[in-house]
Ligand binder design. Structure first.
Ligand code: FMN
Length: 195
């Protein structure tokens, strides 16, 4: 899979339980010689949880990617006019962020960056992770999946017994999804079981 030299805007929103998985994927992309430009939502920057401290995640990601995290709306806006990203990834993407994206709301660095990138008619890759994917956010996922230039990392029900409405992306399919998205194709099948 050739992703050498590809410029990837890589956003993290507040699904903290998946931060470790997404960092592992970032490392894989860097091994493939892609360039990663990280973006954090305000909540990702400010909320410490049982999964780790926001500051520690940010330091680790700056160390891995060798790039400063985009942390403000004003830092994110130039991604549009500079037009140097090949693809914009949101991994993890919360229910909150996908709902706002689908409604045209732009009030976080991640939403600003994605809006700036979308204006350039280039692919956006979404790795959903939300407990209400088969509930309140099902409509937003359905709308977004149907939009031009939007591709989903294959996802499924991560725990249908305890969280019957939860949907989480298979993060190990991220690189492949990006590879196909860059060719204008959706990696299939989108719906995959957790075993
Ligand atoms: C410990 C913890 C875990 C969370 N996990 C998720 C999650 O997996 N998916 C999700 O959609 N929201 C999750 N949330 C809620 C989001 O962080 C919250 O909706 C926040 O407003 C998201 O903002 P953002 O989308 O701008 O990052 C979690 C919150 C906390 C405190």
């Amino acid at each position: 899979m050739d992703l050498q030299g590809i410029n990837i805007g890589y956003a993290l929103t507040g699904s903290f339980c998946t931060f470790r998985e997404t960092i592992n994927q970032m490392k894989s992309l860097i091994d493939l010689k892609a360039n990663i430009y990280p973006v954090f939502s305000f909540n990702s920057q400010n909320i410490d949880t049982r999964f780790g401290k926001a500051k520690d995640f940010m330091e680790e990601i700056e160390e891995i990617t060798k790039n400063k995290i985009i942390k403000t709306i004003e830092q994110a806006e130039p991604l549009g006019p500079k037009n140097f990203l090949d693809v914009f990834v949101i991994a993890p993407c919360t229910g909150n962020t996908i709902a706002k994206m689908n409604s045209g709301i732009c009030d976080t660095p991640v939403l600003m960056a994605s809006k700036a990138h979308i204006r350039n008619n280039k692919p956006v890759v979404i790795a959903i992770s939300t407990n209400d994917g088969l509930g309140a956010n099902m409509q937003n996922i359905g709308d977004m999946i149907n939009k031009k230039n939007v591709y989903f990392v294959p996802f499924g029900q991560d725990d249908y017994v305890k969280k019957p409405r939860s949907l989480v992306a298979h993060f190990d399919k991220l690189s492949e999804t990006i590879f196909y998205a860059l060719k204008g194709q959706q990696l299939q099948p989108i719906l995959r079981e957790y075993i």
